[in-house]
Write a protein that binds this ligand. Structure first.
Ligand SMILES: Cc1cc2nc3c(=O)[nH]c(=O)nc-3n(C[C@H](O)[C@H](O)[C@H](O)COP(=O)(O)OP(=O)(O)OC[C@H]3O[C@@H](n4cnc5c(N)ncnc54)[C@H](O)[C@@H]3O)c2cc1C
Length: 463
């Protein structure tokens, strides 16, 4: 546990102003967790809420001088305890740096501070006919947090993940120096791509203080096609052929009946087709409903060849919203189980079905149910071991080995430990399963070059 001296606090107060320092234990406790199921809370010793880049820089200069660990924090919606301090120290919350600085409708770019939420950004862009296409299920997430985790979500099939939408950054290094990388242009071959290196680095290399984003046009029409199947293998087996059609949907989600039952109970709502075993949800956007429905007819024909039951397009905006809400409520609905974990292993798309059946078999061996759903269009499988009917002791004893086997199975199929949630504290014991010692050593050397005294989010990704 790191200690913080009175002198450090006094100098921080001089640099940032007392209103940007948090020392009240109750307030500090609100920075002790994120949304990771079962994540143990860990309060910082102190927190700061800087209002501009100069204050972030002053904070890091002082932290480096006094050897105080700094944990950057966005909205705290992460699922790997990345923003949870590993051992006290200082939380640097970007919550007050929440301005949209510029929207360039002609250049399809925006420049924003890191604390802007995805919801606020979406609203401001929609007002001028634009959109930022990254959509993790949680729209209160901050832009800075999504850059630091390279967040994915449901729209990745067509639009890619966060790193595909980031054109440039302003970031503060552990030394307090401010760098800018990239810019409001789409191509660049000018040395190492530091924008991409900082993206996904989970606050271990630098604090992101400004982001230049790539935007798209806001589509006039967004629709959902819901397709029931009697076997998961048939559902995910149809995906490759759907993606061969001339148009690309923005998302393809898959899930099994188990999670639909849990979410229906959570919402107190009747959801359709629960007699079937597995489902695809194809998300399409376009300028006119007719064109989207024509596309859905082609998708339906593909799915019928793969043994699907008749598909359904919700008949009203309300019904459509209800279906999408149900999908976005999977995680909140699962929180009824206190013994709950989350893994977000990514495998090659064609191997999803084989992987899911392996996870079922592994879960059965441990007497732990593994609920699966995920982004079928990009191979990202969300796995939730749930300890139904198990004592806490049995759950705690069996879980680490179960998780190890699940990761090993995914990696053996050519996958990776995390597709979108990041490693943080929660998954770092498992990262070596998917990374060779040489690769991990190179990552450590990069960290050393950025942060030689290891004050930036220490204990995250690796020790
Ligand atoms: C219901 C639910 C559904 C979700 N669905 C998805 C999904 O589909 N896809 C997906 O990818 N994620 C999903 N998430 C996870 C989460 O929303 C993302 O990880 C998001 O990117 C976290 O953003 P945040 O602002 O909350 O970051 P935080 O949780 O505050 O921080 C996350 C990491 O970023 C670092 N960080 C934050 N801000 C900065 C900064 N300015 N500079 C440097 N480092 C920084 C932190 O140190 C930490 O390591 C979901 C979460 C919930 C609760």
């Amino acid at each position: 546990m790191s200690t913080i001296s009175e002198e450090f606090i006094a100098r921080l107060g001089d640099a940032l102003g007392a209103s940007n320092l948090v020392s009240d234990p109750e307030h500090l406790a609100s920075y002790a967790s994120d949304e990771t199921p079962g994540g143990e809370p860990r309060s910082p010793t102190l927190a700061v809420t800087p209002q501009n880049t100069a204050q972030v820089s002053a904070t890091l200069r002082l932290a480096r001088e006094y050897g105080v660990p700094v944990t950057p924090r966005g909205a705290g919606t992460g699922l790997s305890q990345g923003c949870v301090p590993s051992s006290g120290g200082l939380v640097l919350s970007l919550e007050k740096m929440n301005r949209i600085l510029e929207i360039d409708g002609a250049g399809f770019t925006a420049s924003v501070e890191p604390g802007v939420s995805l919801a606020a950004l979406a609203e401001a862009l929609a007002a001028v006919g634009l959109a930022y296409p990254v959509h993790p299920g949680e729209m209160t997430a901050s832009v800075g947090g999504t850059v630091a985790t390279n967040a994915g979500g449901m729209n990745a099939v067509k639009h890619g993940v966060t790193r595909h939408q980031i054109l440039g950054l302003e970031a503060v290094l552990a030394s307090g120096e401010v760098i800018t990388t990239g810019g409001a242009y789409v191509k660049c071959a000018s040395g190492y791509d530091l924008t991409q290196l900082i993206t996904g680095s989970e606050g271990t290399l630098a604090v992101v203080t400004r982001v230049t984003l790539k935007l798209t046009r806001l589509s006039a029409c967004r629709e959902v096609l819901f397709i029931p199947f009697d076997r998961l293998e048939d559902a995910v087996g149809a995906v490759a052929e759907i993606l061969k059609l001339p148009e690309t949907p923005y998302g393809i989600e898959f899930f099994e009946r188990g999670i639909l039952d849990i979410v229906a109970e959570y919402l107190g709502a009747e959801l359709p087709y629960r007699e079937h075993a597995a489902f695809l949800m194809v998300l399409m956007e376009g300028d006119a409903a007719d064109a989207v429905h024509e596309y859905f007819a082609a998708v339906d024909a593909v799915c019928q060849r793969h043994g699907a039951a008749p598909s359904m397009v919700p008949g009203s905006q309300r019904a459509r919203r209800k279906l999408l809400d149900a999908r976005e409520k999977f995680l909140p609905a699962l929180r009824r189980y206190t013994a709950l974990e989350i893994l977000d292993i990514v495998v090659p798309r064609a191997r999803i079905a084989g992987f899911v059946s392996q996870t079922r078999e592994i879960g059965e061996r441990y007497g732990i149910r593994v609920i699966t759903y995920g982004h079928a269009g990009d191979g990202n499988v969300h796995l939730h071991p749930v300890g139904i009917g198990l004592s806490q002791a049995a759950w705690r004893e069996r879980l680490p080995e179960l998780m190890r086997e699940l990761y090993q199975a995914g990696i053996a199929l050519g996958g990776a430990v995390s597709g979108e949630h990041g490693i943080g504290l929660a998954k770092k014991a498992y990262l070596p399963i998917g990374c060779s010692p040489e690769t991990l050593n190179l990552m450590r050397a990069v960290k050393q070059a950025f942060d030689p005294t290891n004050i930036m989010n220490p204990g995250k990704i690796f020790d």
